[in-house]
Design a protein around this ligand. Structure first.
Ligand code: PMP
Length: 435
């Protein structure tokens, strides 16, 4: 067997990776990818797939985009690594370009990090340092990363492990489909006030909000929620921290940043994933005065501003602009959402269709009126889609959502292919589970 033999690779992975490393389940058979280009992947047998997962939202401008590869290669051949302790033009340019994407009227400063979770950790520390308060608010069904601190603000039980730091209070996610207060904004905002009053000393470090929850099953914040949350938290001495790890870089279509859907200017913005198009890089972009108090102690990320990832990230920003990918996400995502609604009309196992731009989901239920999450149907649609060359992702607190976060270069022809595939997959799933 070669490295491209599915079974040999699966056996090696299963033997030598720690069992704690989640597999991309529930694929019944392992899948070994060999090649990616644009919105497509090819497995080791040469089978083509449409990557509706964007390799977990990392692939913003397309797999192995030639401009990104060339930028990284050229930099790696010249000087692969140089830490932030020294000066190098590439990460400095990147910091300037990221700051320029932020709302005007503030001085923005940048920390480049290795990953999203490291950026989240840093944002938490920054908020606690700046405010002098320890308590943070986070949303249920939020996901913020695998480090201990990021887990401590993650509101999905399956992603939380022992030993997380404390000083975190959770507020209910304003899920318009199955949130505890039903649709609307105000009751969820009132709950922020109640939580501050009942579960904190009254003064908080801040609130961390994914502008659109990703692992939570594509949960958009309803109108006025982000600005209302910022107002309430600021009244208690805290900061508003936007997690744009999934929702940033034009993915939501209408805006470059997810928070721009509301009249809120965050104090700290956390980003990663799509920034590097697969190269490891994250960033914390903060108002200058918010980042300032941390300067009293040392802070340093070995790989954070490495010129190779920074060169890749700079080319990503240029490609997003040159190829009009935010507009593409808006147009193609809008058409896709309409077609998903048609699918819902046709298939009773689909309980909800939602999202914005190329950040969409369908939620599977066994009873539409009771909104009973249906894990079996989700698994079957997931498997049947894979059989037709479509890679989806299961997510949501009940693993009942199929999340679609493809590369932003997805075309209308791809949408047609995926919708037809989903149509067949929903029928097959309903047949298999006898509905
Ligand atoms: N925040 C969000 C919203 C995420 O989806 C993720 C990763 N899935 C993270 C933070 C953590 O990023 P990373 O995996 O790069 O540490």
């Amino acid at each position: 067997p070669t490295d491209w033999d599915f079974d040999a690779t699966a056996a090696r992975r299963d033997r030598y990776y720690a069992a704690s490393l989640t597999r991309f389940t529930p694929f019944r058979d392992p899948i070994v990818f060999r090649k990616g280009q644009g919105q497509y992947l090819w497995d080791a047998h040469g089978r083509k797939y449409t990557d509706m997962l964007g390799m977990n939202v990392c692939i913003s401008v397309g797999h192995s985009h030639p401009r990104v590869v060339a930028a990284a290669m050229e930099q790696a051949q010249t000087l692969t690594h140089c830490t932030t302790m020294f000066y190098h033009p590439t990460p400095a340019h990147l910091a300037e370009e990221l700051a320029a994407t932020m709302p005007p009227g503030h001085d923005w400063v940048v920390h480049l990090t290795n990953s999203g979770a490291e950026a989240i950790d840093l944002a938490m520390t920054m908020a606690r340092t700046y405010t002098g308060n320890l308590d943070l608010l986070a949303l249920r069904t939020a996901y913020h990363g695998p480090t201990a601190a990021a887990q401590s603000i993650t509101g999905i039980a399956g992603w939380r492990h022992p030993g997380m730091p404390g000083n975190v209070a959770f507020v209910p996610e304003p899920n318009q489909y199955r949130g505890i207060f039903g649709p609307g904004t105000q009751p969820y905002l009132d709950e922020i006030d109640r939580t501050i009053a009942s579960a904190t000393p009254g003064q908080v470090a801040g609130i961390v909000v994914e502008s659109v929850q990703g692992y939570g099953g594509i949960i958009e914040m309803p109108p006025g929620y982000m600005s209302g949350a910022a107002e309430r938290v600021r009244a208690a001495g805290g900061l508003y921290i936007a997690d744009e790890v999934q929702s940033g870089f034009g993915r939501t279509g209408a805006h470059f940043w997810g928070f721009e859907a509301d009249a809120v200017v965050p104090d700290i913005v956390v980003m990663a994933k799509g920034l590097g198009n697969g190269f490891p890089i994250g960033a914390v972009v903060a108002k200058k005065h918010v980042a300032a108090p941390m300067a009293e102690r040392f802070m340093f990320h070995t790989y954070g501003a490495n010129p190779t990832s920074a060169a890749a990230a700079r080319s990503v920003l240029a490609i997003l602009r040159d190829e009009g990918l935010q507009d593409n996400a808006h147009t193609v995502g809008g058409a896709f959402l309409e077609r998903l609604h048609d699918l819902k009309d046709k298939h009773a196992i689909i309980g909800d269709v939602r999202g914005t731009g190329l950040m969409l989901a369908i939620e599977m239920v066994s009873d539409r009126d009771a909104k009973t999450p249906d894990n079996d149907a989700t698994t079957e649609v997931f498997e049947a889609s894979r059989e037709q060359g479509i890679i989806l992702s299961k997510s949501g607190p009940f693993q009942s959502c199929l999340r679609m976060v493809p590369p932003l270069c997805l075309s209308l022809e791809d949408v047609d292919h995926v919708v037809k595939g989903l149509d067949v997959a929903c029928q097959k799933a309903a047949d298999r589970i006898g509905r």
